[in-house]
Design a protein around this ligand. Sequence first.
Ligand SMILES: [Zn+2]
Length: 236
Amino acid sequence: MNTDRKALWAVRQSALPTVVRSCPDCPGMRHRASGKIRANANGKLLDVWLLLSCATCDRTSKVPVHERVHVSTLEPARLVAYENNDPSAVRELVMSASLAAKNRYRLDWTGTWELETRTPLYALDDPNPLSVQVRFELPAPVRVERLLQLGLALSRAEVRRLVADERIRLPFAPDAKAHQDFELTVHGPGFVDAAKHAKSLDAPGPEHPGLTRIGLRPHPARSSHTGPRRTRRSLM
Ligand SMILES: [Zn+2]
């Protein structure tokens, strides 16, 4: 069996998650990272806070990151990043599940990611299996069937049918949420038929009317597929 066909799907960050916790000044619950980190040294002891802004009233609040730690426990480069409000340090802190748990707030990941496939849309009627590596640039919990809908340009019902028919092999249930790298396989039409009915192996083309309809479906041009190509060209 030809298993050389590989694709890479990347879950790219498009925004930072929202911090959900109550605001002392208003009924608002949503906070965004202000882009600032405050580090205060008192002798050899250090306090570090991540600063948030209430999305409703703009009040600034502080999330303790380090409290009364000895300066030597922090890498000098990290301290410099904190003192300079380094965007990657802000990003890391606001996305941190452990910081959220420690400070008892929830992260809302809605609207924080987009799927970049980099490859032409996969033709579902291709008889060769396609192995897809899914890489996460951020730990956003993403429903697996949503990824498949975007990556294969199918409806949720079509995705569920392909999973039920074992045309799509997943390490999770389709309604599970993934937040880190995984791999899936898309098998061509006839895969299930061939496995179940060895006699039909030499029959040309797909036999399942539902799958034929999906396989021959014209693929709409999607901006998420032309975007990365434009980006790459502009970098050349
Ligand atoms: Zn507020």
